[in-house]
Every structure is written in C-alpha cells, then in structure tokens.
Ligand binder design. Structure first.
Ligand SMILES: [Zn+2]
Length: 216
C-alpha cells in the first residue's frame, strides 16, 4: 500500500490534532504542521528568497512573523521529505491552497465539521495547569477538584487565547481566511466531510473509513 497523502481541514477546536495523530499512527505517515515544519527547518538557507533575513530562525528570534513565501518553502520541503503525510494547519488561505497544488497531489481531503456554538463550548472550557501544563476541560475532562490540577495540585487557569472574546475572534479569522479553502476543495472527488461533533472514537471511525475508501 502506498502511504496516503492526507489534508485535514477544520476550525480551531474541531479535533484536528487528535485525529492527525490517529492518522499518523494508523497509516505510518508523518504529521506535518506548519509550526513543526518551521522548527525543524529553522536554519534553512533562505538567502536566495529575497527575504529580510537569511534563515527562518532569524524571524523567530526577532519576534517577526515568518512571511508566507518562507512558510510555503518550508512546507514544501517537509512534504517532499515525507513518505505520506497528514497535513494539519496549512493551507490557511486561498493563496496557500494555490501553492499547495504546485507542491504535491493529495489522496484525500478531510473537513471536520463542527458548529460554532460547540466550538465555543470546547475552546472556552479548556483549562491548563499553571505549574505542569496538564490539560483539562471543565465539562469533558474535569479535574477531580475544580480549579486544581490532579497531577501536581497546581492552579488551573484559562489561557487568554481561550476566553470567549479571543475564541470568537479566532473563529472569525478562520471563517474569513480558511472557510474559502474548504469551499475550494468541496467539489473535488477526494473531498470528504466528517461530522466532528461525534465522540472522538466515532470521528476516528468515520475518518478511517473515508481514507480507506479513497486509497483502495
Ligand atoms: Zn499540574
């Protein structure tokens, strides 16, 4: 069996990370995220790209946003080195989707569909331990004692990113930039919508069936 090339799309809180891990394990492919690809290629020579700095690391050290053309080059390198992949967190916009078409062919495009209200519940309920960074959810994965870490007894806090205003903002950014990417793939034969509001196990069963159907 050829290692599949999978793209997974979905808003923040849809479960892309969890399901990408399942895919990587089941099909023996690499989980490629923009962040990981950037960290792995920090020292890549980009001096010929007419960019401000000579390496991605220099942008990170300066606290500057890594420009799209550098991100594109890094993702292309990561995909070209992978024997099959699940790509997660890219493309974020239609320009990147056009870039991706020039980099590789995809075997299946998965879109995790979750309603906005459910995403807000999931994201605003997240809590993290201030001391050991253990993750909790007030509804879906609560600690034994509210506000206290099971692992170390530390205080559980809500990240600024996860308060309702920030969450709505992140979802707005997704709707504006990435929803058009989903619509762009919608009519392709290898595009599959997955009901992301089921349990993680049910979502995974649907995903596996969809990938198996596309690659057989
Ligand atoms: Zn803790």
């Amino acid at each position: 069996m050829v290692a599949p090339r999978i793209l997974i799309l979905g808003p923040p809180g849809a479960g892309k990370g969890t399901q990408s891990s399942n895919l990587a394990q089941e099909y023996g492919v690499e989980h490629v995220t923009t962040g990981d690809a950037l960290r792995a290629n920090k020292q890549m020579d980009i001096s010929d790209m007419d960019a401000e700095y000579d390496t991605p690391a220099a942008y990170m050290d300066a606290g500057d946003l890594v420009p799209d053309k550098v991100v594109n080059a890094i993702v292309e390198k990561a995909l070209s080195q992978a024997n099959g992949f699940v790509l997660d967190g890219y493309p974020r916009n239609l320009e990147q989707a056009a870039e991706l078409e020039g980099m590789t062919d995809l075997d299946v495009v998965l879109s995790l569909d979750v309603s906005r209200e459910e995403l807000i519940d999931r994201l605003t309920g997240r809590r993290v331990c201030d001391d050991c960074s253990a993750n909790y959810h007030v509804e879906f994965s609560p600690p034994e004692e509210a506000g206290v870490c099971d692992e170390c007894g530390g205080d559980l806090i809500q990240r600024d990113d996860d308060n309702e205003g920030s969450v709505r903002n992140r979802l707005d950014v997704f709707d504006e930039n990435t929803q058009p990417v989903i619509d762009h793939y919608r009519n392709d034969d290898d595009f599959v919508v997955i009901d992301g509001e089921q349990t993680p196990g049910e979502v995974w069963a649907d995903i596996r069936a969809a990938v198996d159907a596309q690659i057989e």
